[in-house]
Design a protein around this ligand. Sequence first.
Ligand SMILES: [Zn+2]
Length: 372
Amino acid sequence: MNDNTFFRCISCLTPSTRPRITFDENQICSACNFANKKKSVIDWESRKLELHKICDKYRKNNGDFDVLVPGGGGKDSSYVAWMLKNEFKMNPLCVCAVPPLPTEIGSKNLSNFSASGFNILQITPNLLISKQIAKNAFIKYGQPQLDWLYSIFSVPLKISTKMNIPFIMYGEEAESEYGGATELEKKPNFNLDHIFKFYYSGIDLHELIDGKHSKSDLEFLTLPSKDELERINIFPAHWSYFEKWDEDMHLKLAEEKCGLLRSNENTSGPNSSFSHLDHIMYFLHMYLAYLKFGFGRATADASIDIKMGKISTEEAKKIIKEYDHIFPNQYLQSYLTYFDMTEQEFWSVCESHRNKNIFEIRNEQYVLKDTI
Ligand SMILES: [Zn+2]
């Protein structure tokens, strides 16, 4: 990433500031090139056969759980769990790392999902420590949901080792799908190094904890050791390697089969009523992405819709201009309470993360140096 230049993919409008993204000579981003490979190069039939073989390898024929599906009742994890159970005849255990600021609709969707015939193991990591990590990561790195990112990998991997269920099926491989490193494009599974680099941004959580803590305080915020993972021969995989990732298809199935409800709130654009419904820190996370990298949730959602052929690049530009910079005001008080901060302290932390190389001041206001 180069902090000082800001340009967008001419097709999906994802900016050059997105961590680890690359562009070809035509200013087309790695996510768009991957989207083209999904349409014409990848042999999805053989990938499906590969998944059947993997399921056969890990299937426990005594009815015990044989695959973990991390997730919280959202459209994608519901789809993956449903497919593994009904199409691949596996016995999935869904594992949910409870987010620190859950929403009402998120909780309702989780219980609807269970009522559609799934076992869910919910784990809430030590909230006192989670809050410290979140607050310090917000102040230091502008990463207010880092504690939750730790837990969505820690919880399934720890359960995997404790219950001896080596096969874990995550959803999409976000680096290839949305723009980032391309090293997992042709690989079904990933390892601890990938988690640390891509999802933890290379940040060690120990530097974010104040005072004393025991090993068990961090049980569901830290990863198992390499030795523990090797002992059970762990196989954490991404569903998007085996089947073309299609959020609309997931939404349809999750609504029809798993009782998924959409949100009535519309926070950042016309397409935000059916994703990231389960916790409110995501909206601050994306607002900080706007300050740090010059793109918020509207760009993230619109670039997916362009790649899916649902909107044109021109339509997306209008959505981005209208919504990308908006702060989720309805959640401000929740953030202040959670971080135990005054409004002035909160805004001063936000502003400290603004990348001044990509913003300029016009009429006494910061404006992104953007050409759309
Ligand atoms: Zn692109």
